[in-house]
Design a protein around this ligand. Structure first.
Ligand SMILES: N=c1c2ncn([C@@H]3O[C@H](COP(=O)(O)OP(=O)(O)OP(=O)(O)O)[C@@H](O)[C@H]3O)c2ncn1[C@@H]1O[C@H](COP(=O)(O)O)[C@@H](O)[C@H]1O
Length: 111
């Protein structure tokens, strides 16, 4: 799974040098962070709607598709800020030995 994210991270980096006419990612970078975040918000909403539909009809295909759109646009946002996908994967990996409740408590301590 991480290989796919690493490959996509590489592609997103390469697209920073591409022209907006030839690359959707380049067109997002050209429009700036606010536009990218707007797309993240849209895709999050579409993922929520797809998840609610999946619970009702038992068909999870749309929620997988919309989650892919959401992850993709989140990765574009991170790339725009110079953050690699591996940073998120490493953060998740660092939480393996910690329960969700412990992790939540550590956030409170950090604040
Ligand atoms: N994984 C994706 C990916 N997922 C979704 N999308 C695009 O994200 C958009 C989804 O937004 P919407 O459904 O709202 O579509 P839209 O109405 O066209 O979008 P807007 O006009 O509102 O911005 C669509 O244009 C999809 O094609 C993606 N575009 C690119 N990638 C990856 O990024 C790589 C580089 O893409 P380019 O920069 O286009 O070469 C590709 O090879 C893929 O690996």
């Amino acid at each position: 799974m991480s290989d796919v994210l690493t490959q996509l991270g590489d592609i997103l980096e390469q697209r920073k040098a591409a022209t907006a006419e030839k690359s959707y990612v380049a067109s997002l970078h050209a429009k700036g962070l606010n536009k990218i975040l707007e797309k993240v918000g849209e895709e999050a909403t579409e993922t929520i709607i797809a998840a609610k539909d999946a619970e009702l009809n038992g068909d999870t295909r749309d929620v997988v598709y919309e989650t892919a759109d959401l992850w993709f646009h989140t990765l574009v946002a991170l790339s725009h800020l110079g953050v690699r996908p591996e940073a998120v994967v490493n953060e998740l990996a660092s939480r393996f030995d910690m329960s969700g409740l412990e992790e939540k408590a550590s956030r409170t301590e950090k604040k």
